[in-house]
Structures are given as C-alpha cells and as structure tokens.
Design a protein around this ligand. Structure first.
Ligand code: HEC
Length: 194
C-alpha cells in the first residue's frame, strides 16, 4: 500500500514526532552515555554548602536568569568585559558546571554576565546592591554635579536579611573554580573573602 505521508495528518504527525524524538535522544540521552565529561571532571569543583543551595533557590525564584547569563563566551569582548582590573576573564568551560543541578546559563543579558562575578565585590557591596541597585550605578555627574542613577536592576529589598546573605553566598561562588584573578605581583586573589 502506498502512503502519501504529506496528505495524511496521522502519518505527518508520526513522522514529525519521530524526527523530533531522534533529535531529542541524540542531544539529551546519548551525550552523557558517550562522554562522562558531562557529569564528571578531574578538576577541583566547588561543592555547594547548604547556605549556597538556599541562595540558588532564591536566584531561581527571583528570575535573575531573565536578565543575567552565566557564561563567558570565547570572545575577546566577553573576556575583557567580564574581567577584573585589566585581567581578562577566562572563558567558561563545561567542567565548571558539573555540580550544578540546574543551570542558569541564560540567553539574555539585560544585566552583565555573572559567570565570573564571585569575588569581584565584597559581600557588603552585594548587600547594598540588592537593597537598592539604583543607588549604586552612577554615571559621571552632569554640569550641576548631580549623578544619574543608571541601574535598571530592580530592588530586592523585600528579601529578608537571611535570604540576602544566602543569595550573596551563592553569587560569591560564581566562577571561582578557576583561580584567575592575580594582582600586579602575580599573587592569586581567588579567596580574598570567604
Ligand atoms: C530587570 C533585569 C534584572 C534582573 C531581574 C536582575 N538584574 Fe542584576 N543587574 C541588572 C543590570 C542592568 C545590572 C547592571 C547595573 C548594576 O550593577 O546594577 C545588574 C547588575 C548585577 C550585578 C553586578 C554585576 C557586575 O559585574 O557588576 C549582580 C551581582 C547582579 N546584578 C545580581 C542579580 C541577582 C542575584 C538577581 C536576582 C535576585 C538580579 N541581578 C536580577 C539587571 C537585572
């Protein structure tokens, strides 16, 4: 019996689902079977503490991922932009994420990438920033000497003190699996603040 697939709703659906299923299996189930690098690494990867895990839950619930990515791409512009005091940030590598049960790679950068933000600021800075980001990002003063409040990040001042601490603890872990910040004498600065 000859079947005109394009004329039959049933067979078109079966064919479409079949192709979709092949794609899904090849991109989700096969890779971890073929390469253990998806979930294992020889690198020393940070294990999240209970406090940091609570921070991850807050990051997820507050939708930070809608404005922030967590991936420094292998582009000179990305490495410069997310670097620190003229030290360029290394681009993100897959092993850095093996302990992440949920990923926040994100697709949209309304705010800056956060993949290397851990250790960039003190926890006090994050505290003030979460309370009122618009009070922090300032442009050069205009002729009258008035600073413009430039951040468009919303306030998270409704979070409790404990929640802000948990969230900050998580943010401070980001990108610190690689020890890349060095001062001008070459001293490593990865854990200047625990
Ligand atoms: C509406 C978009 C938006 C949302 C939602 C948002 N942010 Fe932001 N964020 C920004 C923008 C824009 C900036 C840059 C200006 C500034 O520093 O405030 C920023 C800056 C930051 C910075 C400083 C980054 C750096 O390298 O200077 C951190 C850390 C941060 N956000 C964390 C968070 C966390 C955590 C959440 C969720 C609780 C969040 N943001 C939610 C837009 C957003």
């Amino acid at each position: 019996m000859k079947i005109d697939v394009e004329k039959s709703l049933l067979w078109t659906s079966v064919a479409a689902f079949g192709l979709f299923a092949i794609g899904a299996v090849l991109t989700t189930i096969v890779p971890p079977l073929v390469s253990p690098l998806m979930y294992k690494t020889d690198h020393d990867v940070h294990e999240y503490t209970e406090q940091e895990k609570r921070g991850i839950a807050i990051y997820k619930a507050e939708g930070c991922v809608y404005c922030h990515t967590q991936q420094v791409r292998n582009l000179a512009s990305d490495r410069r932009r997310y670097g620190w005091r003229l030290v360029q940030a290394p681009s993100s590598e897959s092993w850095e994420y093996v302990n992440d049960k949920e990923h926040f790679l994100g697709t949209k950068r309304t705010g800056p990438d956060l993949a290397r933000v851990g250790g960039k600021y003190s926890s006090e800075w994050h505290w003030a920033h979460f309370k009122d980001p618009r009070n922090m990002g300032e442009k050069f003063p205009d002729r009258k000497g008035i600073y413009e409040k430039v951040s468009i990040m919303p306030k998270f001042d409704y979070l409790s003190d404990e929640e802000i601490k948990d969230l900050t603890a998580y943010i401070q872990t980001l990108g610190r699996n690689k020890n890349w910040r060095v001062d001008k004498d070459g001293n490593e600065l990865n854990d200047y603040e625990k």
